[in-house]
Design a protein around this ligand. Structure first.
Ligand SMILES: Nc1ncnc2c1ncn2[C@@H]1O[C@H](COP(=O)(O)OP(=O)(O)OP(=O)(O)O)[C@@H](O)[C@H]1O
Ligand SMILES: [Mg+2]
Length: 389
């Protein structure tokens, strides 16, 4: 015997609420579903529950039917899910929500709830997504570990480049202790490189703690200027540098540590390509990428970009290798190279929404042109939308 749904206090007995709605054949079909179906009246009294709901709630049908949710689950009226259900009931709106449910024994299940108004109250469809949620959490964690591994590899790689500069600077200073100017110059470059290294490890720590990198409006010219003191140490005596910066350069949105990674990797590669000397050129320009211009990185949306070009007069890159050089661990430098440099540059540029253009001629040299989208400033939100759901 069950109590029929009705106003609070008013109870009339019916043969079985379980078949108030439909012939038993249909009820059997509903009981065979994996999805839970429950009908609640305006007082949040259970009018109908299928077998899956009984499994989900670990309560018998006779414990639920005719009783309110508060009676069945004391304290439920304090929960966010109940407030949500009440809002759907009052506003007569269709809504969906994920609900985590803790059983008296402490075990937890996650349900996807779909709430739909009906003439006598609401119908709630519940799908048990505990297993899917566990798997997707596991996957997210694995992806984070994978990303952390890659980032750690990248940071270690760039850190090593900086250590090389620091060590060679320290050795040079030790040899020339008598010349104050040289020692001062070397010390400046050691300090500069050590600061960049500490900024880099800061990025790794920020990632492992789940914080975002420091992305802010940035003038690439400033990064190039700060990089100049260590540039000559990277290049050595045989390679000359030329720097040509656009005076009215637009800002981009990036973490300056990422621009350092681009400059460091591309200049180290350029030096490696100019064994017997040459010229390295760093250039910045404002450019507009449009449909008609050829040669710009494929798939880059039209618009305004800052271009940072690093050009050498080195060996050039054979056509058949050009598609592979951005792959992680691809190197032609045998035991000297890890093959991580360009893949780091590629990732950093991708994350910034930019693109890379590669121009190279065997025996003449190579130019990497990095396109970074211009910072449009903070998006302006109309006042009416602020605070909206
Ligand atoms: N400026 C360049 N001129 C000629 N070849 C280049 C140039 N830049 C990159 N390459 C080629 O691309 C390959 C991959 O470069 P990448 O920076 O990813 O790794 P790597 O320089 O070999 O190793 P690492 O960066 O660890 O020292 C290089 O081995 C080289 O063959
Ligand atoms: Mg490299």
């Amino acid at each position: 015997m069950f109590r029929r749904a009705g106003k609070k206090g008013e109870t009339s007995e019916v043969e079985s609420t379980h078949n108030v709605f439909a012939p038993s054949g249909l009820l059997e079909v509903l009981d065979a579903l994996r999805e839970g179906i429950q009908v609640l009246d305006f007082d949040f009294r259970y009018v109908y529950v299928n077998a899956a709901v009984i499994g989900h709630g670990k309560r018998g049908r006779e414990e639920l039917i005719g009783r309110t949710m508060e009676e069945c689950y004391p304290g439920i009226e304090q929960t966010e899910t109940f407030a949500f259900l009440r809002a759907c009931m009052l506003e007569r709106k269709i809504a969906a929500r994920r609900n985590e449910f803790t059983y008296p024994d402490g075990s937890r299940s996650v349900f996807e709830l779909r709430i739909q108004p009906c003439p006598i109250g609401v119908v709630v469809l519940s799908i048990d997504v505990t297993e899917e949620t566990r798997l997707s959490n596991q996957l997210a964690q694995a992806q984070k570990m994978d990303a952390l591994g890659r980032l750690a590899g990248g940071v270690a790689h760039d850190f090593n480049n900086l250590l090389t500069i620091i060590l060679s600077g320290a050795e040079l200073a030790r040899e020339r202790l008598d010349d104050k100017e040289i020692v001062r110059g070397e010390l400046e470059s050691i300090i500069e490189s050590a600061q960049k290294a500490s900024h880099l490890t800061g990025q790794l720590l920020a990632f492992s703690r789940g914080r975002d990198p420091k992305i802010e409006p940035l003038n690439i010219n400033l990064c190039v200027q700060q990089f100049e003191p260590i540039l000559q140490r990277i290049l050595g005596r045989a390679v000359k540098s030329e720097i040509d910066l656009a005076s009215d350069l637009a800002l981009v949105r990036m973490d300056s540590a990422n621009v350092d990674q681009i400059l460091l990797n591309l200049t180290v590669n350029a030096r490696d390509a100019m064994d017997s000397g040459g010229i390295l050129r760093i250039e910045t320009r404002n450019v507009f990428v449009s449909e008609v211009e050829d040669g710009r990185p494929a798939a880059l949306p039209f618009g305004h970009y800052v271009m940072l070009a690093i050009t050498d007069t080195g060996s050039g890159i054979p056509t058949e290798l050009r598609a592979r050089i951005f792959e992680p661990f691809f190197t032609t430098k045998a035991d000297r190279g890890t093959g991580l440099g360009l893949s780091i540059v590629f990732n950093v540029v991708q994350r910034a929404g930019g693109g890379i253009e590669l121009l190279s001629e065997i025996g003449k040299g190579t130019s990497f042109r990095i396109y970074l989208p211009v910072d449009r400033g903070p998006a302006v939100q109309p006042a009416a939308e602020l605070g909206g759901a």
